[in-house]
Write a protein that binds this ligand. Structure first.
Ligand code: PEP
Ligand code: MN
Length: 360
């Protein structure tokens, strides 16, 4: 049975439509009744629409997906049924209605994501050495960044590019946290590394390429640790929210969504930073929303403008790549801000935050 999934508003005459059943032309009343009876057997109501040459039945009710699929299979096997189309109930746990005030995620005594405070995460694309990370940590802290980023397991397009220091990188991150008192965020790519990464990190990052790695999402859902979930390179808003739903469904409700640019036909930047998803997400979900202008543009010259625009658009925080010597960086040098550029940007961001009644 091939199933096509429809995303349409599924509230209908007081009940939710769980699936749509299209009958073949020329069905008899008796055959229509067979479908209605079958639905009744599973506690579904039926809404019958009689078109000029087709009858369509809306099954009213909601079931768990497994049960729904079984009912669909049974109904599909009637010879007079042309197709059965399930209507996916939309995301639930991430919905705004569930927490209209917005989710707040406490990271440390003085950091609460999703509150009035706009939280700036900064650091290198990848942890390269202890010296590199200490230099960066000391600097970003001195200009007001609150959380240190740094990849230990790097998702590189080419297998020949620097893949990150792995566990050694995690250790450096942890030592740096101890020294500078900055919470750390780092990416996990493989469920087999999750336990180790979770031991070291304060926030677990799921990268864009893994946004739909459902095995990883389910594992992360079992943790009780904040997760920053990046939007996939071609993910729609619904797909993004469904991925977050996986994590919440596992019992972990501390999810931060992060827009990091999507792949479009536009060829002047690495990705197209879709800032309009910020207000759209704010409307639909209670989860905090971050923006990554570094991967979003791929070019240090565009990062400050997009960082400022993201704050103005209502983002709860930013994640920005900073490197003391971008020309020597082992990854993403072209999009990394130098210390002086980052310092200038932090000053500007504070003014923008103040203008919209928030603070950095
Ligand atoms: C990163 O932040 O290091 C990263 C690889 O980002 P993304 O998954 O958005 O490409
Ligand atoms: Mn990077």
């Amino acid at each position: 049975m091939s199933l096509s999934f429809l995303f349409i508003p599924n509230i209908f005459e007081g009940g939710e439509i769980g699936m749509i059943i299209v009958l073949k032309p020329g069905v008899s009343e008796e055959e229509i009744q067979k479908v209605v009876d079958k639905l009744k057997e599973y506690d579904y109501g039926a809404h019958i629409s009689r078109g000029e040459n087709r009858v369509v039945i809306g099954a009213i009710g909601e079931k768990r997906m497994e049960e729904k699929i079984l009912i669909m299979e049974q109904i599909s096997s009637f010879p007079f049924v042309e197709s059965v189309i399930p209507i996916l109930t939309s995301y639930k746990l991430v919905s705004k209605e569930l927490n209209p005030q917005g989710t707040k995620i406490r990271i440390s005594e003085d950091i609460e994501i999703g509150n009035k405070q706009i939280v700036i995460i900064a650091g290198p694309c990848a942890v390269e050495s202890k010296e590199q990370l200490w230099e960066i940590a000391g600097f970003i802290k001195s200009v007001g960044a609150k959380i240190l980023r740094g990849g230990a397991f790097k998702p590189r397009t080419s297998p020949y590019s620097f893949q990150g220091l792995g566990v050694e990188g995690l250790k450096i991150l942890y030592e740096t946290k101890q020294e500078f008192g900055l919470p750390i965020i780092t990416e996990v790519m493989d469920p087999r590394d999750l336990e180790t990464v979770a031991e070291y990190a304060d926030i677990i990052q799921i990268g864009a390429r893994n946004m739909q790695n459902f095995t990883l999402l389910k594992e992360v859902g079992k943790l009780r640790k904040p997760v920053l979930l990046k939007r996939g390179l071609s993910a729609t808003l619904e797909e993004f929210l469904f991925s977050a739903e996986y994590i919440l469904l596992g019992g972990n409700s501390e999810v931060i969504l992060c827009e990091r640019g999507i792949r479009t036909f536009s060829d002047f930047s690495r990705n197209t930073l879709d800032l309009s998803i910020v207000p759209a997400l704010k409307e639909k979900t209670h989860l905090p929303v971050f923006v990554d202008p570094s991967h979003g543009t791929g070019n240090y010259r565009y990062v400050p403008s997009m960082a400022k625009a993201a704050i103005a658009a209502g983002a709860d925080g930013l994640i920005i790549e900073v490197h003391p010597h971008p020309e020597k960086a082992l990854s993403d040098g072209p999009q990394s801000l130098t210390f002086s550029d980052f310092k200038r940007l932090m000053g500007e961001l504070k003014n923008i935050a103040a203008a919209i009644g928030r603070e950095i």
